[in-house]
Design a binder for this molecule. Structure first.
Ligand code: HEM
Length: 301
């Protein structure tokens, strides 16, 4: 069985570092493999008990690091129509460090950066935190509908027998919240935007559930099959800017396309997710998060 990166499923972290790198022009495949494998090894053998590590690579970057590109892996492209658009900023390397000690995360990020900065520049550098009882900064519990226990692996991991088995397709998007606008809504209206109750995350039922709520637009079925994700999003920011670093794992990249089309008004009904009126994505990348074995084989012939 192909073992996934354990950081994908490690829950309970209250502090996060999120780094997105773009590979510099002129870097050779050999230089890239050397730097990435050194950074991967440094985090794996260093203080690995002090933080959880998850690596992700863009399609183009993974093709340079390994011959085995999973079916469907592609660059993220924009979704939606003005003014509700999910932009594409596809970067090459993603590093997510998380745990219970921000100091350890910082040390790990510095360690990896020493190697990665030889071949790539940082284009996103965010720290994130646990907000109360796993709430998004809008005040709603995020992750209620997530799979639990063994189901997490079924939802998140590419199955055995396929290229990339034990790995996962990731979507990341930095969303910037309009907290003042959202806060100006009364609680009932806020619940209508999300599709769940605010204090205890109970799904609105029947007539009460608007067809443009976030739950209505993200609970997508294709031929009766739920397009399930394992979401690990991270709140970030301060008083000037704050939002959600949406971070998710899936066994199939097509699930993201289907959900985003539904959220951004690109399905037949043309309805957009009302949440996109109160929060705006400013980045978007697809990633492949390889199995432990594939990760350890980077740079080996
Ligand atoms: C600002 C951005 C976002 C916020 C604040 C947010 C927040 C939430 C909240 C509060 C829930 C309900 C509780 C739960 O089941 O977790 C939820 C559900 C969900 N969200 Fe998001 N979300 C955001 C973006 C996204 C994006 C970009 C996607 C997918 C591409 C997504 C996919 C889902 C899915 C699949 C569910 C579960 C729906 C169900 O089956 O009930 N969300 N989200």
């Amino acid at each position: 069985m192909s073992l996934p990166q354990p950081g994908i499923f490690a829950e309970g972290s209250n502090t996060h570092v999120l780094l997105e790198y773009r590979v510099k022009d002129g870097v050779s495949d050999t230089q890239l493999r050397t730097a990435v494998s050194a950074a991967v090894a440094a985090l794996a053998t260093g203080d690995s008990n002090k933080y959880n590590v998850v690596w992700g690579f863009a399609a183009a970057c993974w093709a340079r690091l390994s011959g085995a590109v999973p079916l469907g892996l592609k660059a993220f492209t924009p979704v939606g129509k003005a003014p509700n658009i999910a932009p594409a900023t596809q970067r090459d390397i993603l590093l997510w460090l998380h745990g219970t000690d921000a100091g350890h995360n910082f040390d790990g990020a510095q360690l990896a950066h020493r190697f990665l900065s030889e071949v790539a520049v940082v284009e996103l550098d965010k720290t994130g935190f646990l907000y109360h009882d796993a709430r998004d900064l809008t005040g709603f519990i995020d992750g209620t509908e997530n799979p639990e226990a063994d189901e997490r692996r079924q939802v998140a991991l590419i199955p055995e027998g396929q290229v990339g088995a034990g790995g996962s397709f990731m979507l990341t998007q930095q969303w910037v919240h309009k907290l003042r606008d959202f806060g100006a809504l009364n609680q009932t209206e806020q619940e209508n935007v999300i599709g769940r109750t605010k204090p205890d995350s109970v799904e609105l039922s029947g007539e009460r559930m608007p067809n443009n709520s976030h739950v209505s637009r993200s609970d997508v079925k294709i031929n009766g099959v739920g397009q399930k994700l394992y979401r690990r999003s991270v709140p970030y920011g301060g008083v000037v800017e704050s939002g959600l670093y949406f971070l998710s794992f899936s066994a199939e990249i097509s699930r993201y396309d289907a959900i985003l089309a539904s959220m951004f008004g690109m399905t037949e009904d043309g309805i957009h997710d009302r949440l996109t009126d109160f929060s705006t994505p400013v980045t978007g990348s697809y990633w492949f998060s390889p199995s432990l074995l594939e990760l350890s084989e980077i740079g080996k012939d």
